[in-house]
Every structure is written in C-alpha cells, then in structure tokens.
Design a protein around this ligand. Structure first.
Ligand code: ZN
Length: 311
C-alpha cells in the first residue's frame, strides 16, 4: 500500500513486515543521500549485523540509532515507531495509559518515558517560525495570586504565546515558557518564534518597545467596535491551551517539563495543511532521528528554556 494511504494501525504495521524494515526506514531518515562515515566521510560501507554499518575505508562501525533519540534504548525500534504513529495520528495528544494500551506495553512507565522523549522531538524548528502579522502576549501567575480550580500554571511561571493573525481563522502558533517578564526575555522569545520582517502586534506594553527587525503594531481599543477582543487570535489560543491542558492532563503537569507539554500542544494544534497520516508520522520520526539521545537521568532534571534561532 502506498505510504500516503496508510490509515489504520494494522496497515501501518503491515507496511513494516519485518524488524529490519524499521531499521531500513531509520537508515533512510538518517542518511537520505546514502550512508556517510561520521569519522572519515567515506561513503562506502558494508552492513554488519542487522543495524550496523562498517566503513570500508577506516573500519569505523556505526549503529543506525547512534546519536538519535533511539540510542541505548531497550525498546525495539518497532515500539518506538508504532508509538510515533499512534501519537501523530491522534488528533490532540495521548496519555501514557492510552499509549500503553494501544501498544500492549507491560509497564506504564515505559509508555511515560516514550511520551516524554517524543515530546522533546516535537520542538518547533526554524521552519515553524511564524510570519505575516503575529500577535504576541503572555500568561503568568504571580506568587501572590491564589490558585483557582483548573489552574495549571505554577506560580511565577511566564508563558509567551505568538499566533499568526493574518486571517479570521487561527494560523500557526508558537508557545514557550520564558525565564521572566522582562523586555530581554520577550525579545528573545520573539526573535526565536517570529521570522524577521514580520509585523508583531502586541498590547502596547513597554516590554515590547524597541523591537528590532519587526514592524511593531500596538492594538488600540476600537471605539466603533467595543465588543472586539484585544489580540483576539492570541486570546483564542490561550483558551484553547487551557482547555487542552485540562482535558489531557487533568492532574496537572510538572513545571520542569512544561515546555515539553507546550511543544506537544503546538505540534498538535498547528495546522498541517493536507498532510496525510503517513506524512505526519514521518515528520515526527524524522525529528526524533535528528535530536540527540536523552539519557533517562536527564529526564528528571529541569529542561533549560530554549532560545534557539536567536543570534
Ligand atoms: Zn570511515
């Protein structure tokens, strides 16, 4: 069956009839133009054992999983790729329990680790940078505010949100925590999330002043349209994010993994045009093959706030 017509989990599994099929697929993701020796750049290799390549020039041996999220995992590639399929074909994300059931895993912890690692592969890249007219705002809870029911943001956490606002319907979004509510933090966020030359629309707070490389537009109150919501695109995203968090993670999320959850939200929320299920799967698999392995021990530590894309 053609990849783009794969529809069910059964069809997906039939597409990879043998364990080697997953290895071949990962090799294609890693070396789309053919194998290259990481040590001497030679291009001739012999495949030794099922998943290793031996350089014909310098005899260096490479595993297909080395340097990817799959490195040193005790799980079979099949489990990883089936997890990616289940997560990407789902409309809005998946709990560890659901993933455990779908993959018939013995342990809930395994499902939890798979999800955690794969969330890290959902990090937006430069290709996901927003453009056109982009609304920017923040949500945060100050220490002195009492938490209300359904409040999922811990105190003193600041989340910045950028949303494309060219059309009436929602465009793409970029959501991320920032270290604090300062001009520097917000400018760094905008530089990572919004392509230079775009128009950034804000509420006119002094924190957005002196924004370089963008046209800055302050949304002022329109007397002719008193019911118009300020920064309505970004406000709609905040509502969406609130209900998504409460629907998927009613027990709350850990602040140290908050960016991973925000990446997951963004990954599922952003429109992907007419991407087929296979293309959605392939996109996350490709990103998972590109990011560095995360040892389990590091999962327990707070993730640093990304400032990628900033010069
Ligand atoms: Zn070599």
């Amino acid at each position: 069956m053609a990849e783009n017509h794969l529809n069910t989990s059964f069809e997906f599994r039939s597409h990879f009839p043998r364990n080697e099929s997953y290895i071949d697929y990962l090799a294609k993701l890693r070396w789309p133009n053919g194998w290259v020796c990481p040590r001497c750049q030679a291009v001739k290799a012999r495949r030794v054992r099922r998943h290793r390549w031996l350089c014909a020039h310098c005899r260096y041996e490479t595993s297909v999983t080395a340097g990817t999220i799959f490195q040193d995992s005790h799980l079979a590639l099949e489990t990883w790729f089936r997890a990616i399929w289940e997560i990407t074909v789902g409309k809005e994300g998946m709990s560890a329990l659901t993933l455990q059931r779908r993959l018939k895993l013995n342990s809930n912890r395994t499902a939890w680790i798979l999800l955690h690692k794969l969330r890290q592969a959902m990090v937006p890249t430069e290709l996901d940078r927003l453009s056109g007219v982009v609304e920017v705002d923040v949500i945060h809870r100050k220490r002195e505010q009492t938490p209300v029911k359904g409040q999922w943001i811990a105190e003193n956490v600041v989340i910045a949100i950028a949303a494309e606002a060219d059309r009436a319907e929602a465009g793409r979004v970029w959501v991320q925590t920032v270290p604090d509510l300062t001009r520097t933090s917000l400018h760094v966020f905008i530089a990572a999330a919004v392509a230079p030359g775009s128009t950034v629309r804000t509420d006119g707070s002094h924190l957005y002043q002196k924004l370089r490389g963008y046209t800055h537009q302050c949304q002022t109150y329109d007397e002719r349209n008193p019911r118009q919501e300020k920064l309505q695109h970004v406000q709609a995203i905040i509502k969406e994010l609130n209900s998504w968090m409460l629907r998927l993670y009613p027990g709350g999320v850990s602040t140290k993994y908050l960016n991973d959850y925000l990446n997951e939200f963004t990954f599922h929320f952003n429109p992907r045009g007419d991407l087929s299920k296979w293309e959605r799967f392939d996109r996350l698999a490709r990103q998972a093959a590109q990011i560095k392995p995360t040892p389990y021990a590091r999962l327990e530590k707070p993730q640093p706030v990304r400032t990628r894309g900033v010069n």
